[in-house]
Design a protein around this ligand. Sequence first.
Ligand SMILES: [Zn+2]
Length: 115
Amino acid sequence: MPRAVLLRCPVCDAVRALDGDRSDWPRGDLYATVESHVRDHSTDETKTAIRKHRAVAESTELVVSRTQLDRLPTERWRDREAATLPESLPADAMPPAAAESPSAETTGPRSRVED
Ligand SMILES: [Zn+2]
């Protein structure tokens, strides 16, 4: 069965598939693939770097049929809805796009009570 590495943009949720498994794709190539896309979202170098690392860290390896592989967006980034991802994709493999900034935890014990 063919394998594909699935990348997802943390900004717009677009997806991109790469033909092969992770061992076929050096990390540098994954970063370059993501960077070419996320760079369009911002000119901020830091944001681009964070998004690039996040997308690669969250990349998923898929085992697909040749037919499924042909349908995956291996040539360019595509809207996730239009990308016809294989149904066998585990639900937790592609978490929905979350807010970029970690939410401030306010559940900790208060050290001081104002009156
Ligand atoms: Zn995007």
